[in-house]
Design a protein around this ligand. Structure first.
Ligand code: HMG
Ligand code: MG
Length: 285
């Protein structure tokens, strides 16, 4: 089994989306450009969502237009519906990938997307088709894989079912989000066992928020179960505007330190990430 671990940087999107004070396009572009030279191969840079719902991401088209496009880097954006696809479409020839996102719990689905889980999949379906027709890569997210801020604990089977709903649309890597960071290693392990029943480990990513300091232990459990893709945010920024209590994503620098200690390969320059972490923390209000 591979000893290479692939980090998917979500700081410029998940890290910054919750910041109340508007951060200028220039500062976002500077962070993305710095990260682009770190060796990271996947950087999530924005969202085509309603500017009324997530004002911080309203400048995503300007960010995409002004940032560097480093060779070998794929830049991700969230696209929940066809309105979002229309906003993204002018960039479809670039080095971009889109992500559709659903929840394993109904409460978070309503709060985050204003619709049921099934409705969110129906909204994602034409987006996935449009991306396939345009030759754009697609990633999926399932949120609330252990706990929902509204519905409480989430059953592992509900996560497996939600993952299956996304992958029925198209083959895609699905990132499993512990949105409010309440997952323990035991419960993350049980959830992954359920998902792995139908979906191979190389089609899954772990996306851990770090409320209780268990994120790296949860990553270790996922590594043991064969996952090699993890999301993290430089500087540990983050939180979801529709998940009260959602803390920052696990910090990229923390994950890299852990991977180095345990002898995993990752291909990322920790000095560049340390500089980016300082820059990202400076964006926090
Ligand atoms: P809605 O209100 O149900 O949509 O929102 P609607 O179709 O009824 O439209 C309402 C208004 O929004 C209309 O404008 C639309 O044009 C506009 P109005 O006529 O009122 O002026 N609209 C849009 N504008 C721009 N871009 C769009 C778009 N769609 C509709 N794509 C919607 C549905 C999905 C848009 C809304 O619920 C929304 O934007 N939600 C925010 C979702 C979000 O970005 N959440 C945070 C990211 S998810 C996350 O952080 C979790 C993750 O990190 C993993 C984890 O940790 O678990 C991924
Ligand atoms: Mg998240």
């Amino acid at each position: 089994m591979s000893d290479h671990v692939h980090l998917h940087e979500v700081g410029p999107r998940d890290g910054l989306q919750n910041e109340k004070a508007v951060i200028g396009v220039d500062r976002k572009v500077a962070l993305i450009d710095l990260l682009s030279g770190s060796g990271l191969q996947d950087i999530e840079v924005g969202s085509f969502v309603s500017p009324k719902w997530v004002p911080q991401m309203a400048d995503t088209p300007e960010v995409l237009g002004q940032m560097q496009r480093a060779a070998g880097v794929t830049y991700g954006v969230l696209v929940p519906n066809m309105r979002g696809w229309d906003g993204f479409a002018p960039f479809a020839n670039g080095p971009f990938e889109i992500a559709v996102f659903i929840s394993a719990s109904e409460g978070f689905s309503q709060a985050n997307l204003n619709c049921s889980v099934r409705e969110s999949v129906a909204r994602a379906a034409p987006v996935v088709t449009a991306a396939q027709e345009a030759g754009v890569g697609v990633r999926g997210y399932v949120s609330c894989v252990t706990d929902c801020p509204f519905d409480g604990p989430v059953a592992p089977d509900a996560v497996a079912e939600a993952t299956g709903l996304l992958r029925a649309l198209a083959p895609m890597q699905v990132s499993l989000g512990d949105t409010i960071g309440k997952g323990t290693p035991e419960r993350v392990g049980a959830m992954l066992e359920a998902v792995l029943h139908d979906t191979p480990a190389d089609q899954l990513a772990g996306h851990f928020h770090d409320t209780t300091g268990l994120a790296t232990r949860n990553i270790a459990v996922a590594l043991d179960l064969g996952l090699r893709h993890f999301d993290s945010a430089v500087g540990g920024l983050g939180g979801c505007p529709y998940a009260p209590g959602a803390p920052g994503n696990v910090a990229t620098e923390t994950v890299l330190e852990m991977l180095d200690k345990q002898g995993w390969h990752h291909g990322v320059d920790r000095d560049v990430i340390a500089k980016a972490a300082v820059m990202a923390k400076g964006m926090r209000a």
